[in-house]
Design a protein around this ligand. Structure first.
Ligand code: SF4
Length: 232
């Protein structure tokens, strides 16, 4: 289903789609990424239209921001590159940096539980981060780092073509939606990310500290499930 009709379908089902004023990255063009000309940043990468292994290699070799100096390894993503569900977090933490995989450790286990609650598995979804390298001491990504890394995520989304994106946590949501709006106000509605429906939920690391918010996270996942089902 092409992006526009997918969003029209959601609106027809009574699911309100919140459309940002500007599209991500390719701000000069309202076209979906797959049809849009490469943004300047992407041309800088010399990426053209790389296939999946070539994109992985581009990330592995990347030195577009200073995080390449401190990383153990890049964390490209994991799962099915043709998945209908794509989860996007903020950046690798210490364990992810060591293992080369996003969302490991206790937070990763909780994300796995959230995925299982959707009758899915880690292998059947795709999981990535806004940043592919760990910021030292797990600090928030800087705007420059996010900008430098965005073309990789855009290419991943264009390749996977998910039916829905789940923005996991405040930092991921604010980066993807180009907003400073608090996460509490971004939840509970369907956003538009380059023509793909996007739902925001809490980061599992936060849910481990705030167990009572798990109920809200489940509401987010149910909204995402309804959104996907309405597109069938
Ligand atoms: Fe490159 Fe992204 Fe790593 Fe920066 S965070 S070095 S842009 S892969």
């Amino acid at each position: 289903m092409v992006a526009e009709s997918r969003l029209d379908c959601l609106k027809a089902m009574g699911i309100e789609v919140w459309t940002p004023r500007r599209t991500l990255l390719n701000e000069q063009s309202p076209e979906p990424l797959s049809q849009a000309p490469l943004a300047a940043d992407e041309r800088d990468l010399g990426m053209g239209q790389p296939d999946w292994p070539a994109l992985q290699e581009q990330v592995k070799q990347c030195s577009r921001c200073s995080l390449h100096e401190t990383r153990t390894q890049t964390v490209f993503g994991v799962g099915d590159p043709e998945a209908a569900w794509m989860f996007v977090g903020e950046a690798p933490g210490e364990q992810e940096d060591l293992k080369g995989e996003p969302f490991v450790g206790r937070a990763g286990q909780l994300l796995d539980e959230m995925i299982r609650a959707l009758d899915l598995t880690r292998e059947k979804v795709y999981i990535a981060n806004v940043l592919k390298c760990r910021p030292p001491r797990n600090r928030d990504p800087s705007p420059e780092e996010s900008r430098a890394c965005e073309p990789f995520l855009l290419r991943q989304v264009a390749w996977v073509k998910p039916s829905i994106i789940i923005a996991v946590g405040r930092i991921a949501a604010q980066n993807l939606l180009k907003t400073q709006t608090p996460i509490g106000k971004l939840r509970g509605m369907v956003h538009d990310y380059q023509g793909t429906p996007l739902v925001v939920t809490y980061h599992p690391a936060y849910l481990l500290r705030a167990q009572t918010e798990k109920r809200r996270a489940w509401e987010d996942l149910k909204l995402a499930r309804r959104t996907v089902d309405s597109l069938r």
